[in-house]
Design a protein around this ligand. Structure first.
Ligand SMILES: Cc1cc2nc3c(=O)[nH]c(=O)nc-3n(C[C@H](O)[C@H](O)[C@H](O)COP(=O)(O)OP(=O)(O)OC[C@H]3O[C@@H](n4cnc5c(N)ncnc54)[C@H](O)[C@@H]3O)c2cc1C
Length: 378
């Protein structure tokens, strides 16, 4: 991964912040089901939200590789906290940066740089993996669109100031009749209908959204009318690298905890790390994480250079999330019965890891994408 000297220095600051100000509170964040505003404010103060936003829109213009590494470090400390930043940058800001008009960029990106959180609303109750089958409707009326429908499982729902979302503008054209928009939270007719309780990433807000005759100005279209499916798919190419980074952070955290515990724990009058059975598990976990990390960094480079990024971002997301699931389960095993209790973080790591196999396209869908990419080159 190519990082500038400045980026390496900033990452060192983030590492220290993650270690001393985030990780000690991860269990509490999970229990209270909320990332404290105080912590989000510290992320703002440290310039984390500004880091990836281009300089001409008030940001620091750091690289995608930097962002991926920052997400990994924060996820190591607390996956829910990392998602606040990940959602704002890869899910909200990225489509605006890539496809937004100059006026949309000028309106929204400086706000993200200052720390406003955003989200991306694609999934609907009847349309998950089949993202082209959405039913939310956008009907043109003069210089505006009237939106009706609903979205579900939306990350950062309660804390977002605005959302990128997609809706059907021409039902006769399937995925070629979808348009992507930005909408401000608080727009009349647009509201949160439900908070969704979850197994893991419990500090992250996940909501259902409803549009009832919500009016969005035509200038809020991201890209072109009826070209929104492409906007969403390209956004997810970046997003999936972010999820891979999240998975690596969670896996590394689980392994670090397990090693610290195993070095202290004695059975049969010897440290359990003296047993070859335990050593082999640690060797496998460390190897899997390293492989996932290399693939994720390769995907980050590919995305930055717009080279073969569809294949690599799906591979990284698939591989890193499967590694996270396996490593967190094995790390819990090293704690014996204690791993199964809520006194330790091991069980939370398993719960947090599971989502990485599901969102931004399930791992079955990643395999569909990878197979298509591989076969088209034959
Ligand atoms: C905590 C959380 C946060 C989320 N955040 C967001 C967000 O911020 N924004 C957003 O838009 N969405 C978000 N999602 C939604 C997430 O992306 C979807 O849940 C996911 O894409 C799967 O869709 P689904 O749940 O409808 O499952 P379905 O699509 O109904 O899938 C059910 C099962 O069928 C399998 N399947 C489906 N199609 C195929 C196929 N072609 N081949 C093989 N198997 C298949 C799936 O892999 C899965 O195992 C979030 C979800 C969760 C749980």
């Amino acid at each position: 991964m190519n990082l500038s000297e400045e980026e390496t220095q900033v990452l060192e600051v983030i590492r220290k912040f993650a270690e001393s100000e985030v990780r000690p509170f991860a269990m509490e964040i999970d229990k209270k089901k909320q990332v404290p505003e105080k912590l989000i404010n510290r992320m703002r103060e440290l310039g984390l939200f500004a880091s990836y936003i281009p300089q001409e829109y008030g940001g620091a213009g750091l690289s995608f590789a930097f962002l991926v590494k920052a997400i990994e470090l924060l996820s190591w400390a607390c996956a829910s906290t990392a998602l606040v930043l990940d959602g704002a940058e890869t899910l909200f800001a990225e489509p605006v940066i890539m496809f937004g008009s100059e006026s949309l960029k000028k309106k929204y990106l400086p706000q993200v740089a200052e720390g406003a959180v955003g989200g991306l609303a694609i999934t609907e109750p009847g349309a998950g993996s089949d993202a082209a089958s959405i039913k939310t409707r956008a009907t043109r009326k003069g210089n505006s669109y009237v939106i009706n429908g609903s979205k579900t499982f939306i990350t950062n729902g309660r804390i977002s100031k605005f959302f990128v979302f997609d809706a059907v503008t021409d039902p006769s054209k399937k995925h070629r009749g979808i348009t992507t928009f930005v909408i401000d939270a608080g727009t009349e007719g647009f509201k949160i209908s439900r908070d969704i309780e979850k197994m893991g990433i419990r500090g992250s807000s996940t909501v259902e959204l409803v549009f009832e005759d919500a009016v969005v100005p035509a200038e809020n279209v991201i890209g072109k009318e009826n070209d929104g499916f492409r906007v969403i798919m390209e956004t997810l190419d970046a997003g999936r690298v972010g999820i891979a980074a999240q998975a690596i952070g969670i896996a590394q955290s689980a392994l670090d905890d397990a090693i610290a515990y195993a070095k202290e724990r004695k059975q049969f009058d010897t440290r359990i790390t003296d047993f070859q059975g335990i050593q082999f598990m640690i060797a496998d976990m460390a190897t899997q994480i390293q492989a996932a990390r290399e693939l994720t960094y390769a995907a980050a480079d590919a995305w930055e250079n717009r080279r073969d990024s569809v294949r690599l971002s799906s591979m990284a997301k698939l591989f890193a999330s499967d590694v996270a699931m396996k490593v967190t389960v094995d790390a819990l095993q090293l704690f014996g019965g204690y791993g199964y209790t809520t006194d330790f973080d091991a069980e939370r790591h398993v719960r947090d890891a599971k989502i990485t196999q599901i969102y931004e396209g399930t791992n079955q869908i990643q395999r569909v994408i990878i197979a298509k990419e591989v076969l088209k080159n034959l």
